[in-house]
Ligand binder design. Structure first.
Ligand code: FCB
Length: 448
């Protein structure tokens, strides 16, 4: 595999999105309220004061959007299903109209030869379940398994790749730990219970998936993996980076693949009176065999020891090199290092399920968007993906975050990650130069 675009046959070239970030139609067709619908209405929590109420109006414009995917040559598309569209109050009676939306989307993708990869949970918990304790309540894991089972039976084999969760770390630490994401709780003692219940819900959903005996579908999970580096060779910095790696990665990877929590992190958290509420049998459920793992990676993080941070005793050192509009260092080897990190735990097939960049795009007077910085970012990271394959990693696909500009959580609509520009006033979509670049990469790779 020496040639520049020599990716393995069947390699998936995709783009990724998430329901709340693109769909809009937040209260239509029987959809229930999600924690994000509630959270965005709190004053001051979203940087630019916007919401995902309308977002990209993808709920209505999905066919147009699938058309762009096809024109770009994507052979895969990763999206998420909004739980409250299917079960408006989290459990009980399903809402057929909500399910129908995903049925239409999936049929349209399959008609275009675009492989659907569906994530069951990309952070939009039904508010009714949050009112009963959310992910801090073990019962939510059982409700998730019911929702998963229903969706597997309804859409099953038409979606070859299913993922249970997207980045449980972010839901745990940002949703319940520091409150920057929905549901906006600030309670460090909720962190390990929430993480544990997310993991448990994953395992229960895997059981539901196997029980549905789908012949043409696989199940996996999507983790955030951002390499952690110490700021210096000082032992204190090395230990600090190991702790943050433990909090972000190992407390999820070890339960999933080794059926236990990492000892050093259990000790570390126990000193803060934090512990996961493990019941007999949980770790066996959590570590059920899965079929693939998705890896979301954007950058690396550099840490120095600092005990003013009570949770990890570490502080982020600002990036020295060029960054994206998120302030994230441009570090293409994050792809290789993230995949290698995961490779310490499993030899499952891997996908880069998210990689991409926000930049302050400029719309030229003629309407064009010449996002050269995004092209450079993508080119360098795709080259890193190829290096990973050359190094023997079983990488099966690469998904750009994101298909189009969308609602970037607490950052609102100001941060634009799309290959396609969205004018939120008119919902007009415009291809950025990076979309054409990605189209050409795919065309060359598929031809070779
Ligand atoms: C990831 C999220 C995704 C998007 C990107 C920029 O953490 O999974 O929804 O916000 O970051």
């Amino acid at each position: 595999m020496s040639d520049k675009h020599d990716f393995p046959p069947g390699f998936l070239w995709g783009a990724a999105t998430a329901a709340y970030q693109i769909e809009g139609a937040w209260d239509e067709d029987g959809k229930g309220e999600s924690i994000w619908d509630r959270f965005v209405r709190r004053p001051g929590v979203i940087a630019d004061g916007t919401t995902g109420d309308v977002a990209c109006d993808h709920y209505r414009r999905y066919a147009e959007d699938v058309g762009y995917m096809a024109a770009m040559g994507l052979n895969a598309y990763r999206f998420s299903i909004a739980w409250p569209r299917i079960f408006p109050s989290g459990s009980g009676r399903p809402n057929q109209v909500g399910l129908d939306f995903y049925r239409r989307l999936i049929d349209d993708l399959n008609r275009h030869g675009i492989t659907p990869m569906a994530t069951l949970y990309h952070w939009d918990l039904p508010q009714a379940l949050e009112d009963r304790g959310g992910w801090a309540n073990r019962d939510t894991a059982l409700r998730f398994a019911e929702y998963a089972s229903y969706v597997f039976h309804a859409l099953g084999n038409d979606v070859p790749l299913w993922a249970t969760h997207n980045e449980p770390f972010i839901q745990t630490f940002y949703g319940y730990g520091n409150g920057e994401n929905a549901p906006g709780r600030r309670n460090p003692w909720a962190i390990l219970p929430v993480g544990h219940h997310l993991l448990l819900s994953h395992g229960l959903a895997v059981d539901a998936f196997r029980a549905a005996s789908l012949k043409a579908a696989q199940i996996g999970m999507v983790l955030i993996i951002w390499p952690h580096h110490p700021a210096s060779a000082r032992p204190a910095d090395v230990r600090a980076a190991r702790r943050t790696d433990g909090a972000m990665h190992r407390i999820f990877l070890e339960p999933l693949f080794r059926g236990r929590y990492p000892e050093d992190m259990l000790r570390h958290f126990a000193r803060r009176l934090m512990r996961p509420p493990v019941r007999p049998g949980d770790m066996e459920i959590i570590s059920r065999t899965i079929d693939f793992l998705g890896v979301n990676t954007y950058t690396r993080l550099v840490h120095t020891a600092d005990w003013r941070d009570p949770l990890t005793g570490a502080r982020l050192v600002p990036a020295r090199g060029p960054t994206t509009a998120m302030g994230w260092e441009i570090y293409p080897d994050c792809i290789v290092e993230a995949l290698q990190k995961v490779g310490e735990y499993t030899d499952l097939p891997l996908y880069i399920t998210e990689n991409g960049a926000a930049f302050d795009d400029v719309v030229e007077p003629d309407g064009s968007i010449n996002d050269a910085a995004r092209i450079d970012y993508l080119r360098a990271h795709i080259a890193a993906a190829r290096r990973a394959i050359n190094a023997g990693i079983d990488l099966r696909g690469y998904f750009v975050w994101s298909l189009m500009d969308n609602f970037e959580w607490a950052q609102g609509k100001a941060k634009r990650f799309g290959l396609i520009h969205v004018d939120y006033a008119t919902q007009r979509r415009t291809w950025k130069a990076s979309a054409r670049f990605f189209r050409d990469v795919i065309a060359e790779s598929v031809r070779s």
